[in-house]
Design a protein around this ligand. Structure first.
Ligand SMILES: N[C@@H](CCC(=O)N[C@@H](CS)C(=O)NCC(=O)O)C(=O)O
Length: 182
């Protein structure tokens, strides 16, 4: 979902291909030839297949600078985007599999890290916000959160939900018969 949102955000021409994990299409010979790890997402670029949410988001933002989803020319700010996305991919995404209590602890770290700013990097939206949104959207939908829990992440989620690209992807993926992964 995160790369799908970013593709719309940057205005790239693309052809979506649904890969059903339930039907194990990610384990087909055709899919494994493109990603031997057998995981989604996978973006087929003109230069070859690209895997990992963080790399796909980074590449799309670099390829489409006019979208303003990466702080160009500021090496530290750019590294902060990578830092956020590495944290999300390596720590936040796998947390749910270790139980709700662990996931809540990890999300508390994300809540603290977000601070009072509207977006991960501060005032402007970057690809890190797309990554963050997708994971919190899923967590919020799967865990029975206490009312008022994670106020900053919830405000961030609501802010992201107002973006046309996000609304479009939620609608399109629901119409496709979205299968909730972990
Ligand atoms: N580190 C990868 C994780 C990708 C991942 O875990 N994808 C899951 C769906 S959320 C998947 O394809 N699982 C299928 C499988 O492992 O068989 C990323 O951030 O892209």
């Amino acid at each position: 979902m995160a790369p799908h949102i970013a593709l719309h955000e940057v205005g790239a021409a693309f052809t979506p291909r649904q890969v059903s994990l339930r039907r194990r299409e990610n384990r087909s010979a055709e899919f494994l030839a493109l990603n031997p790890e057998g995981k989604v997402p996978l973006l087929l670029t003109e230069g070859g297949p690209l895997t990992e949410v963080a790399a796909i988001l980074f590449w799309l933002a670099r390829r489409h600078p006019q979208a303003g989803l990466l702080p160009m020319g500021d090496a530290l700010a750019e590294a902060q985007v990578i830092s956020w996305m590495s944290f999300l991919a390596a720590t936040v995404h796998p947390a749910r599999r270790q139980g709700v209590d662990h996931a809540l602890q990890v999300w508390s770290l994300a809540e603290g890290r977000l601070g009072g700013a509207p977006y991960a990097l501060g005032a402007t939206c970057s690809v890190a916000d797309i990554h963050l949104f997708r994971l919190f959207w899923r967590f919020k939908g799967s865990a029975a959160l206490e009312p008022g829990a994670f106020p900053r992440l919830t405000a961030h989620h609501d802010r992201m939900m107002a973006r046309p690209a996000v609304r479009r992807v939620l609608r399109d993926e629901a119409a496709m018969g979205y299968e909730l992964p972990a």
